[in-house]
Design a protein. Structure first.
Length: 116
């Protein structure tokens, strides 16, 4: 099983980034996919979640209206478009795959730094 995140980096406030998470080794279409983030000294927090077929999406209040989660089940990949980035968005972003009662997998994380 692998979840490989990419797309992180350094961006100025107000800028944009697109994170990707490529999945392999499990049935992607059965998994709810989520993005979490963890800033230094803080607990890991849920940012966005998308259901297996993409019909249900939810965001944390802190990113609503700025971030967009999506998935391509043909490519076994989940994305997160992040716009209007703020310094407080600085964190390591993690991809999670979960099917309740069956499995839960995590990626290694990708660093996002928002700074001028």
């Amino acid at each position: 099983v692998q979840l490989v995140e990419s797309g992180g980096g350094l961006v100025q406030p107000g800028g944009s980034l697109r994170l990707s998470c490529a999945a392999s080794g499990f049935t992607f279409t059965s998994a709810t996919m989520s993005w979490y983030r963890q800033a230094p000294g803080k607990e890991r927090e849920l940012v966005a979640v998308i259901s297996s077929a993409g019909g249900s999406i939810n965001y944390s209040d802190s990113v609503k209206g700025r971030f967009t989660i999506s998935r391509d089940n043909a490519k076994n990949t989940v994305y997160m478009q992040m716009n209007s980035l703020k310094p407080e968005d600085t964190a390591v972003y993690y991809c999670q795959a979960r099917r309740m009662g069956y499995f839960e997998y995590w990626g290694q994380g990708t660093q996002v730094t928002v700074s001028s």
